[in-house]
Design a protein around this ligand. Structure first.
Ligand code: NAP
Length: 261
């Protein structure tokens, strides 16, 4: 008899995260705040982090049982303190959602070396470091899932929206995802990248109302609009949950078809 007939677990049950401890970075706004709500709704014990404590406190007020830990992810010691705090409190990390990120529109001529370094620190070094710090607990508890929130701009260039630091960092995150997946596949850790196209958030502030931006998106995107946050839910839950136990090292690009050209 096949496992599908003997199991009482339904296909939708596999998307649930009951008893999973999930750490979501960059949860004080935008995608990260939304992701925390979705993962909590799927049953997860959610820990949220960012620098803005007031925003995190508001969020956990809406999510019974959720915990906030403020941290500046550009700081090595804050990253260590963050993971140590979660492990101290819950004893494990099952899912790490590396969502925090920075990016600003500017021509390369105006990018300073300091800003480029900051973007690489927050967008690549911090996800790498948090993954490295979380992995021993995942391995000890039989496995885990790491979801790196990269971008479609980790796969294609961005101009006329100029942001070399961002494209470099997101491309780095995409290939970091592949390499970590290979190193940890036999240890039970899956590592995948969730790569959004254009979505409204503080990072893209104004694009959803600005006529020129709307026209740019409408004429370049096969689905001629920005995404809505809920349109990332399926991809997030798939990658985070046991629904994707045979899926690792991949990029799931949710971009209305932008990169299909
Ligand atoms: P957002 O609203 O600006 O959110 C960025 C988050 O990152 C905030 O919660 C911010 O929190 C946190 N963060 C930034 N620097 C940090 C630091 N040094 N330490 C700790 N946390 C830090 O932008 P978003 O669009 O939701 O972005 C979330 C992720 O999605 C990013 O990785 C972004 O690249 C990716 N993404 C977004 C889009 C889009 O169209 N919106 C598309 C593709 C990919 P604090 O300021 O409170 O620290």
């Amino acid at each position: 008899m096949s496992s599908t007939t003997t199991s009482s677990v339904t296909p939708l049950d596999r998307f649930r995260l009951d008893d999973h401890v999930v750490l979501v970075t960059g949860a004080s706004s935008g995608l990260g705040e939304h992701f925390a709500r979705v993962l909590h709704a799927a049953g997860a014990q959610v820990v949220v982090t960012a620098r803005r404590a007031d925003r995190l406190e508001q969020l956990v007020g809406d999510l019974p049982g959720a915990v906030a830990v403020t941290a500046d992810l550009s700081s090595e010691s804050d990253r260590e303190r963050l993971v140590a705090t979660v492990l101290d409190r819950f004893g494990r990390i099952d899912v790490l959602v590396n969502n925090a990120g920075v990016g600003e529109k500017m021509a390369v001529e105006n990018e300073s070396v300091d800003w480029f370094r900051t973007a690489m620190e927050v967008n690549v070094t911090a996800p790498w470091h948090l993954a490295k710090l979380s992995a021993p607990s995942m391995i000890e508890h039989g496995g885990g899932s790491i979801v790196n929130v990269a971008s479609m701009l980790g796969h294609v260039g961005s101009t006329p929206v100029k942001q070399a630091h961002y494209c470099a960092s997101k491309g780095g995150m995409v290939n970091l995802t592949r390499e970590l997946a290979l190193q940890w596949a036999r240890k039970g850790i899956r590592v995948n990248a969730l790569c959004p196209g254009w979505f409204p958030s503080e990072m893209t502030e104004g694009m959803d109302t600005d006529e020129a931006s709307q026209a740019f998106i409408a004429s370049n995107s096969p689905i001629p609009r920005m995404g809505e946050l809920h349109e990332l839910d399926g991809a997030l839950l798939l990658l985070a949950s046991p629904a994707s136990t045979f899926l690792t090292g991949q990029s799931l690009i949710v971009d209305g078809g932008w990169t299909a050209r």
